[in-house]
Write a protein that binds this ligand. Structure first.
Ligand code: URA
Length: 224
């Protein structure tokens, strides 16, 4: 990705652009991106913007390909994620890996993160003020990855990302936008573990996401 694309991405997402120069070579772009990733990771690890930092074991930053076409955004770390410092490593994560395989994707090819970087005690729903406190980190991650498609995993992730209170039933099956990036809302794998009958609909969500990805990656913007 050239510097101009990177600069534009930051502007699109309404975050301050850390790269002030232009006309730099690709290797410089990459090392600037690497520096920004590292700065961001350290900021998240040290973050005390909401009270969740007091109860977390690890801040859970994100994993995967930092220049992925697919970005997956879940709700918040659970117990195992908090212990390991990595998103989606528990049973829901294993099902998420299977969902990725259905899209012919390996976990390492995509970028995975959450709306919240710290675990809410007892896995309660995130509070609006926690979502707001974490939002700048997510914005910067999305701008850096610059994915072709975002999968919002589950109701809370979808509502937080899209700033809506619409129920999941109204959010699934449509293509939304985060800035210019198409967003497809999918069932949370934890829900699918409890309700396996919904897997058929989950497959429809994934097929929609794949159609969007195919179109966008051929250079044709998605239009609803
Ligand atoms: N559920 C989420 O939404 N995120 C995780 O990282 C794990 C479970």
């Amino acid at each position: 990705m050239g510097i101009s694309v990177w600069v534009r991405r930051y502007r699109d997402f309404g975050v301050e652009n850390p790269v002030l120069s232009s006309g730099s070579r690709l290797s410089e772009d990459l090392s600037l991106a690497a520096e920004e990733w590292e700065r961001l990771r350290q900021e998240v690890a040290a973050c005390t913007a909401c009270p969740l930092h007091r109860t977390r074991t690890h801040a859970v930053f994100g994993v995967g390909n930092q220049r992925a076409d697919w970005m997956l955004i879940g709700e918040a770390p659970g117990e195992q994620e908090d212990l390991k410092g990595e998103p989606f490593v528990g049973p829901a994560g294993q099902l998420l890996n299977e969902m990725l395989k259905a899209l012919r994707l390996q976990r390492e090819e995509v970028y995975i993160t959450n709306i919240l970087k710290s675990r809410p005690p007892g896995n309660r729903d995130p509070k609006p003020e926690e979502v707001l406190a974490c939002e700048p980190y997510l914005k910067r991650q999305i701008a850096l990855v610059a994915p072709k498609v975002i999968l919002a995993i589950g109701r809370i992730a979808a509502q937080s990302l899209l700033k809506t209170e619409a129920p999941l039933s109204r959010l699934r099956g449509k293509v939304h936008r985060y800035a210019a990036t198409p967003v497809v809302v999918v069932y949370h794998p934890a829900y699918l573990l409890r309700s396996p009958a919904a897997k058929r609909q989950a497959w429809e969500d994934l097929k929609l996401a794949f159609r969007v990805y195919s179109q966008v990656s051929q250079g044709n913007p998605w239009t609803n």
